[in-house]
Design a protein around this ligand. Structure first.
Ligand SMILES: C[S@@+](CC[C@H](N)C(=O)[O-])C[C@H]1O[C@@H](n2cnc3c(N)ncnc32)[C@H](O)[C@@H]1O
Length: 770
């Protein structure tokens, strides 16, 4: 299928380039200075009207020079040097800006392009336009704006034929509306070849210089803080401050954090006698909480994902806003036309990266991006770059049936619809009625005509009301630990309870997503699970859980290339499926995108339970009215749904312990046997007890015993599905799980109220059964 080829062709996108933003601003500043001195005329009236740059805007937004003063560079997992310091250290010498400006002047200047200039005839596949022509047609405006902004680095070769949707051409002959971007490929490639080397060399030099500065600063800082001797008396500082009872000096606190990191990097040499690594780690944790404003619980959780040094880079990155990105709506326009229109309005932008043909990164805008005529006409949507990724992984095909389970406000739904070119059906669901208003607004604005909006608790509704989808996207509700820069309240408002309740909901939603997918689909049978959170509980552990509960799915390659990091295969002593490496993680400090997790699953067989109960699997047919699904079998009750015995291909239960307690009705004999065994273990003759019970007609007592029996099975379930420690904690956890469930149920109640009478009825029935 085209999917595989298409996804393979995706080049790994580079991190979003915040350094370029700084570069453009610096160049603009340099040019503004030159202009004040009677320098050159600007060539475009539009560019003239651009506001003067504020070279330090980024820094102002990000706690001033905090990042810069540290200048830490962090090595990513792949050994790639990450540039958190570069991002936050937009220092450049005027000489550099001058140089860039000179280089920009070499690019031929086109006349301002009209809409007509955008005619794709000039990009016909047969005739290869010459370079000047290409630049004028395709990037002339971009270069022009950059030039008027003081640089030409916008055309950094990020347009590339290897973009993700390119190979769709093979599978789906293009209509005129969609041919625009594709036809640009040749031109883009030529432009890339011609410009990328020089431009990227300049950028590289720039970065090197900044990194060198950052390193130097760090060394200086180390020298200063270490002036009294080899081993900094970090604990002495902490004690003094604590005793004085004064508010912490943030600069000193920061210095202590960097000192502690340094000591942790070489404890043997730099550590104080009598102070262990744990002591330093605790001090670091406390300081990070104070400095960045996290609760100790969350700071510890996040720190556990990284080395101390990388954790620091992560916390730093959370203080910096991510680049603004817009996604071109190909149902209404193409990226080139959109870029030209926005440039004419004073927007400074460039393609987001070669991995996407629809993303534009915005550096500056003279107009509010949410109120331009192009925005109102639905030519684009403001959408974080990382938010493209789950949809790219989903790779929806034309004429498919696709479910977006938690879709509001619709950034991903509308992208799915566009990729399907308004064919097939996209069911866009969200449990929040209020949020569906925004969803509907976006769907209309962007001209999605293949989309149906519904407002259900997905756990309840799918596949019971609707199933049999070719592909399902679950962009799950999450704690938002990947988007702290957008919503700093996460630092303090996420409690331990949230980290139990939310993963619980995520698990149930993902099971429903799987059960709603048609494994017979000729084109699909895929599920994509994503979150904008970085915690393992919400990502790998959720996937691991569903792998156990649904052996009819397996993890497959997301097709997102090597961009991002592999998912964890172990965490805190827990081992995960080895294919977890196929899942992708994205981090603000590594890729300069919102923290994100993407996992793609392929459904290989029917979901458990449904066929056993009814002979027909609801999610295969989509006709769910007369068939019970696995979810229905469990009445959406997490514990019951998940404990439905799972059958292998031969109809045998797979490792009964692995799938929870027995179904009361269907496994009465097994339950009775377990009960007899339980009584024997207690030294009681089961026959006598049961006989007595029968005689007394005390059914309630018998049920209690059965229930005891079921709870004795819990340990094996707990071992698999819980993150908490064993022993007495299990009881507590079980209680908590009930509480969480109540909370989740309560949250879902509103949505459930609006769900079909059948679902409500089913729930009531089940509860009364309980
Ligand atoms: C991360 S947001 C989705 C963002 C959306 N995919 C987009 O790209 O615009 C998670 C959504 O899940 C919804 N949600 C929460 N619980 C749900 C449930 N049980 N069923 C369906 N949707 C739910 C929330 O209302 C929220 O809109």
């Amino acid at each position: 299928m085209g999917v595989g080829r298409r996804m393979k062709k995706q080049g790994p996108p580079p991190p979003l380039d915040e350094a370029t933003i700084s570069l453009i601003k610096k160049r603009k500043a340099a040019e503004a200075g030159a202009k004040a001195d009677g320098g050159k005329k600007r060539r475009k009236a539009v560019a003239e009207s651009e506001p003067e740059p504020e070279p330090e805007t980024q820094k102002v937004k990000t706690k001033g020079d905090k990042t810069k003063s540290n200048g830490v560079t962090v090595n990513g997992k792949n050994g790639k040097e990450q540039k958190s310091a570069v991002v936050a250290t937009p220092k450049k010498t005027p000489t550099k800006a001058e140089k860039s400006k000179k280089s920009a002047k070499k690019v031929s200047e086109p006349e301002p392009a009209s809409e007509d200039d955008d005619d794709d005839e000039s990009w016909g596949s047969g005739s290869a336009p010459d370079l000047d022509e290409l630049m004028q047609d395709e990037f002339g405006d971009l270069d022009d704006v950059s030039d008027t902004s003081g640089g030409s680095d916008v055309a950094d070769g990020k347009f590339d034929e290897g973009s993700v949707f390119d190979s769709e051409e093979e599978d789906h002959p293009r209509e005129k509306m969609f041919s625009d971007d594709e036809d640009e490929s040749d031109a883009e490639e030529k432009l890339t070849a011609a410009n990328i080397e020089g431009l990227s060399r300049k950028l590289d030099e720039q970065r090197q210089m900044e990194e060198e500065e950052a390193r130097q600063e760090m060394q200086d800082s180390a020298l200063q803080t270490n002036i009294a001797g080899e081993r900094p008396d970090i604990f002495g500082d902490a004690d003094t401050a604590a005793k004085a009872g004064i508010a912490p000096n943030m600069q000193l606190l920061r210095t202590r954090i960097t000192d502690t990191l340094r000591v942790l990097g070489d404890l043997a040499t730099l550590g104080q006698p009598g102070q262990s690594r744990a002591d330093y780690m605790q001090l670091l944790l406390d300081d990070i909480c104070t400095y960045y404003g996290y609760t100790p619980y969350l700071a510890e959780k996040l720190m556990s994902l990284f080395t101390p040094m990388e954790a620091f880079a992560f916390f730093e990155a959370n203080e910096i806003p991510r680049p603004v990105v817009i996604r071109t709506n190909t149902l209404r326009t193409n990226r080139r036309t959109l870029a030209q229109a926005l440039i004419n309005r004073g927007v400074v932008l460039q393609p987001v990266g070669k991995w996407s043909k629809v993303g534009l990164q915005v550096f500056e805008s003279a107009v509010p991006l949410g109120a331009t005529p192009e925005y109102l006409a639905g030519h684009y949507i403001l959408q974080a770059a990382s938010s493209f990724l789950p949809v790219m992984a989903l790779a929806p095909q034309e004429n498919e049936r696709v479910l977006d389970m938690a879709s509001a406000p619709g950034g991903k739904t509308t992208y799915i619809s566009a990729l399907m070119r308004n064919t097939g059906i996209v069911v866009a669901n969200d449990a929040s009625k209020a949020r569906t208003k925004g969803l509907i607004g976006n769907i209309h604005r962007l001209g999605c005509k293949n989309t149906i909006v519904c407002n259900y608790n997905a756990q309840e509704a799918f596949p019971k009301i609707l199933g049999g989808f070719d592909r399902v996207l679950l962009d799950a509700p999450c704690t938002g630990t990947g988007v702290i820069s957008k919503d700093p309240s996460v630092k303090t408002n996420k409690t331990e309870r949230d980290f139990l309740a939310i993963p619980h909901l995520q698990r149930q939603l993902l099971l429903a997503a799987i059960d709603s997918t048609d494994h017979h689909s000729k084109t699909g049978g895929y599920i994509v699970y994503s979150t904008c959170s970085v915690t393992v509980e919400e990502n790998e552990q959720v996937v691991q859980y569903v792998l156990r509960k649904r052996p009819n799915v397996k993890i497959v390659d997301t097709g997102l290339g090597s961009f991002g990091s592999e998912g964890f295969t172990s965490y805190m002593g827990k081992k995960f499926d080895e294919k977890m490496t196929l899942t992708r993680r994205y981090f603000p400090h590594r890729e300069n995108v919102d923290g994100f997790f993407v996992c793609k699953l392929k459904k290989t067989g029917p979901s458990p339970g449904a066929s056993k109960k009814n002979g027909v699997v609801a999610d295969e047919t989509g006709d769910t009215k007369s068939n019970k699904s696995a979810s229905e079998a469990g009445d959406n009750d997490a514990e019951i749904i998940d404990k439905t015995p799972i059958m292998d291909e031969n109809g045998n239960a797979i490792g009964e312990d692995a799938f929870g307690p027995f179904e009361e009705e269907e496994d009465a004999e097994i339950i009775a046997r377990a009960e007899r065994n339980r009584l024997r273990r207690k030294g009681i003759n089961p026959k006598a007890v049961l006989e007595k019970a029968r005689k007394d007609g005390n059914k309630a007592k018998k049920q209690d015993s059965t229930s005891d029996s079921a709870s004795e099975k819990e340990p094996s379930i707990e071992e698999q599905g819980t993150e908490k420690k064993k022993g007495s904690k299990k009881e507590k956890k079980s209680t908590e799980a009930q509480e969480e469930k109540s909370a989740v149920d309560a949250t879902a109640a509103a949505a459930a109220a609006s769900s079909s009478p059948s679902s409500t009825k089913s729930k009531k029935t089940k509860k009364s059964k309980k």
